[in-house]
Design a protein around this ligand. Structure first.
Ligand code: HSE
Length: 430
């Protein structure tokens, strides 16, 4: 039996996917049942890294998604449109979908999975989060016996690379970003990565799978890495932390509530995520009864992401192979939740904070800070003043776990004090 696929997009991941499919020797034997019927591209003239079978390449993407001979569409265009419309058209035409498009799934998952369930087709997304790291299928299947309490990770390689270089070389954000762009690690427009938007798309997907609820992407609190100063990286190191961009989803106060957020975080040196460096990704899942499990590996790139895409193809082909055209979707592969969760407002979340103050070097300043924090139920874990220059003292505090709303009120009050010159940075602490 041979299953025909149509691939939309022949960029980095598309090329990696075709390379695997055209060279099945030594890989899973089911790969020989997959035939590339069409590849849709924007331009036929663009030079390609690989030689494609004759007659395969076309610019008519709509013809691919409606081709009656194609069983599975692999969407690797990226971006929202035309990817979303083509996926919906393909589903309407009864095709299964494999996509690595986290932006579309995070924003239009409801529309896409509702259509897919009605049409009895699969939409598999292993490549959308963590590149080559198998994490989607483990959350859907292998960890299904667990009550998940937390999913958190480093899910953006570009920002992890930038933070690693800032930490190890002491280089400023803008300089590392330029270097990362010239090496091809960062996009020419780095906004989605450095502002945390890509990580927010990914945690929307992970949290939805881990907690069996739909998550509204626009409700996810998102803060990127552009305001991280080397001064804070150095203080963090002295205090036993490393700064990482974490995407976090945790159970909330009630069964339908979740905390979902993306922000720079001071991670203790002994935490498993503290040692994930360069472009690598890692996701730590906590559940009952498994405890803690970490998925680690290459979070992006042609080969790794193609590995995930082809794994999804194998899953669909495996189901089709064993049961023919299915009337009922395999619940382990399809999306079975429809309810939305309630995302907790950030003010209600409890976490530790790091804050750096520039103050006048006068008697009683540290006392004043302590009094303001205490008035708002913010208890301090440590207070550090390393010196002073030109009568300006630099004071760094780390709080105990406190309600974010209480911390923000204390900060507002502190900023009114005449002895406080500036509050350059506030970060959350794991
Ligand atoms: N831009 C992403 C990253 C890779 O830097 O991790 C694709 O998800």
């Amino acid at each position: 039996m041979v299953y025909n696929i149509g691939i939309l997009g022949m960029g980095t991941v598309g090329t990696g996917t075709v390379e695997i499919l055209l060279n099945p020797t030594g890989r899973h034997p089911l790969l020989t049942s997959i035939k590339i019927k069409k590849i849709g591209v924007r331009s036929l003239d663009k030079p390609r890294k690989i030689t494609l079978p004759p007659g395969v390449i076309t610019t008519d993407l709509e013809a691919i998604v409606t081709d009656p001979e194609i069983d599975i569409i692999v969407e690797l265009l990226g971006g929202i449109e035309p990817a979303r419309s083509l996926i919906l058209q393909a589903i309407a035409a009864g095709k299964h979908i494999v996509t690595a498009n986290k932006a579309v799934i995070a924003r239009y998952g409801d529309e896409i999975y509702t259509a897919a369930n009605a049409a009895k087709v699969y939409v598999l997304i292993e490549g959308a989060v963590g590149g080559g790291i198998p994490v989607i299928e483990p959350l859907k299947q292998s960890l299904g016996a667990n009550r998940i309490s937390s999913v958190m990770g480093i899910v953006n390689g570009t920002t992890n690379y930038i933070l690693t270089k800032m930490t190890t070389q002491g280089t400023a954000f803008n300089q590392v970003l330029s270097e990362a762009q010239s090496l091809g690690y960062a996009e020419a427009d780095p906004t989605a990565d450095v502002e945390g938007l890509d990580a927010a798309d990914k945690i929307a997907i992970l949290s939805s799978l881990a907690f069996n609820r739909r998550v509204k992407r626009e409700e996810i609190f998102t803060e990127g890495i552009t305001k991280i100063d080397s001064v804070d990286i150095n203080y963090a190191a002295k205090l036993g932390f490393v700064i990482k961009l974490l995407a976090i989803a945790q159970a909330g106060d009630t069964p339908n509530q979740l905390q979902v957020r993306v922000h720079p975080t001071l991670v203790p040196h002994n935490h498993p995520l503290a040692n994930i460096n360069d472009v690598y990704n890692a996701i730590v899942v906590e559940g009952d009864p498994i405890g803690q499990v970490m998925f680690f590996g290459p979070g992006a790139g042609s080969g790794p992401t193609a590995s995930a895409v082809v794994a999804d193809l194998l899953n669909i082909v495996g189901v089709l192979f064993s049961s023919g055209k299915t009337e009922v979707l395999d619940p382990l592969l399809s999306c079975s939740h429809q309810e939305y969760c309630e995302i907790m407002p950030t003010e209600a979340i409890s976490t530790r904070f790091y804050a750096r103050f520039l103050t006048q070097d006068v008697p009683g300043v540290i006392g004043e800070l302590g009094t303001c924090f205490g008035k708002h139920n913010v208890s301090l874990e440590s207070v550090v003043q390393t010196g002073c220059q030109d009568n300006v003292a630099e004071i760094v505090v780390i709080t105990h776990k406190v309600k974010e709303g209480d911390f923000q009120q204390a900060v507002q009050e502190i900023q009114q004090r005449t002895a406080i010159i500036k509050m350059p940075s506030i970060f959350r602490v794991l």
